[in-house]
Design a protein around this ligand. Structure first.
Ligand code: GLU
Length: 486
């Protein structure tokens, strides 16, 4: 693969040390949209060089996350660890050309010379003192059987590389500047032969001919190191765009304490991938006031320049609203399928006494009321299962209705004698007639009736509840309620 390419080539490069994170999915979406907008190529690379923390399960979870969102990659997935030998060879070439050097200092040597804190009390990182570089320059040869790491020799102040590395134009953040004193000769190859992140990422991005690196802002500080490495290897430097982080309510990076951060949790909790993706793309990127985008619209309008420079606050209320918008676009049959596919809940089995028609009718009754697929299950459960009644709530509802216990019992005893048609309309007609007979109003009895039927005061209409529950079961529930000692 050549590193010169006019076609846009971007990638997402997760480390398989956890599930796909929503921040990662958002970066991937930005890359994917950028590639699609410019008819370029979007690639996936699994960065599994940290072998202690990377697992096959997490790789699979990341792939599953993408297949759920419908985001596809244009070339075979690159597994970083398969390129270990290339990384090792490249590191040795940098040593041979004097751009990197072998460092034999042990952790103990570093502690003795530089102090034992990885991070000093003033917040400064312990910087390597070039001990081995000086020895090498002084012609001192080391015992070659001793373990060593390879350190990159960071260009010094007066070199051309300096400006290129410490000062660069970020597509999203514009000018970014670092100071040289912040960096030391960082390790590119560990003593066990495994490459370090900054080195492997550059070697692989160049190998994959990546033209634009769009990733989270937490990698901004790595960019000077990567630019130096590109230049040392004689490769053209790609463009960088660092996306601001997703923030929690306190303004800090979103954490698990603020909201679920794994994509799989959204899937399990009944979010639709189209809603989550729409939400994440809009979180930080905008196109006028438009909130809802089809994939085609996103691709058409997407631009890195329209990504804000500030972090965006995660807003669950908005995500829930978007999810409800996308739910309304599905048919009951599709909703039943999605609940099975994403939440592993087979509604036909769960509500085995309901026909598929009744089940679909139930879904349709709640479609305007729910925010997640999970809400459907909770709502349908209340219709299907016997309600759990709470004495205190019954007493409160009784007081609110203005009915005496005797009046209510008489009302309900009369109500259950119905023998007319089994439609929502005729049930409602019957409720109203019974109200008239007992000189009360629908308003007075509605909460009590609903509570007796489904254990909740707010739900779909009473006529619909009775249709879904069935007349016989509704009578059973009402009689049980009458039998309660309130
Ligand atoms: N493996 C890195 C991560 O998961 C990717 C860094 C990059 O995109 O350059 O954070």
């Amino acid at each position: 693969m050549s590193t010169q390419n006019s076609q846009v080539r971007v990638r997402f490069a997760p480390s398989p040390t956890g599930n796909l994170h929503i921040g990662g999915l958002r970066s991937a979406l930005f890359n994917w949209l950028f590639a699609r907008h410019f008819k370029g190529v979007f690639l996936l690379r699994i960065e599994d060089t940290d072998q202690d923390r990377s697992t096959q399960e997490y790789t699979q979870a990341i792939l599953d996350g993408f297949s759920w969102t419908g985001i596809t990659f244009d070339e075979p997935i690159l597994i970083q660890s398969t390129r270990k030998k290339v990384h090792q060879q490249l590191a040795q070439e940098l040593v041979a050309s004097g751009k990197a050097y072998k460092c034999y200092c042990t952790p103990q040597d570093l502690d003795d010379r530089l102090g034992s804190n990885a991070q000093g009390s003033d917040g400064e990182y312990r910087l390597y003192d070039r001990h081995c570089l000086h020895r090498h320059e002084a012609g001192i040869t080391e015992d070659s059987s001793k373990p060593y790491v390879i350190r990159f020799k960071v260009p010094d102040h007066d070199t051309r590389e300096l400006n290129m590395g410490l000062h660069f134009n970020d597509i999203i953040r514009d000018e970014v500047t670092f100071i040289r004193e912040q960096f030391d000769d960082f390790i590119i190859l560990r003593s066990d032969g495994l490459p370090m992140y900054n080195f492997a990422v550059v070697a692989d991005d160049a190998y994959m001919s990546i033209t634009h690196i769009i990733r989270g802002e937490d990698h901004l500080v790595n960019t000077p190191k990567q630019i130096w490495l590109y230049r040392a290897c004689g490769w053209s430097v790609p463009l960088f765009g660092h996306v601001p982080l997703i923030l929690g309510p306190t303004g800090q990076k979103l954490s698990k304490r603020d909201a679920a951060t794994s994509v799989v949790d959204y899937k399990k909790n009944g979010f639709l991938p189209e809603a989550l993706c729409n939400y994440l793309v809009r979180l930080g990127w905008s196109h006028g006031d438009q909130e809802i985008f089809s994939r085609e619209e996103m691709i058409e309008h997407f631009s890195l320049k329209a990504i804000g420079k500030k972090g965006s606050m995660f807003d669950m209320t908005k995500l829930l609203w978007l999810n409800s918008v996308y739910i309304k676009r599905l048919t009951p049959a599709q909703i039943i399928e999605r609940i099975f596919a994403d939440m592993n809940v087979n509604l036909s089995q769960r509500y085995s006494t309901w026909s598929i028609d009744v089940l679909q009718k139930g879904i349709a009754l709640f479609i305007d009321r729910v925010h997640t697929l999970k809400d459907f299950i909770e709502e349908l459960d209340t219709l299907y299962q016997q309600p759990q009644l709470d004495q205190h709530t019954v007493e409160q509802l009784m007081t609110a209705s203005g009915l005496t216990q005797q009046q209510l019992v008489a009302f309900l005893n009369d109500f259950v004698t119905y023998s007319g048609e089994h439609t929502k309309e005729s049930y409602m007609q019957h409720v109203k007639q019974t109200c008239n007979t007992h000189v009360t109003t629908l308003k007075a009895v509605a909460h009590l009736l609903r509570y007796a039927l489904v254990g909740k005061t707010e739900s779909i209409g009473i006529g619909d509840c009775i249709v879904m529950i069935g007349w016989n079961e509704s009578c059973n529930r009402l009689k049980k309620f009458i039998g309660k000692n309130f």
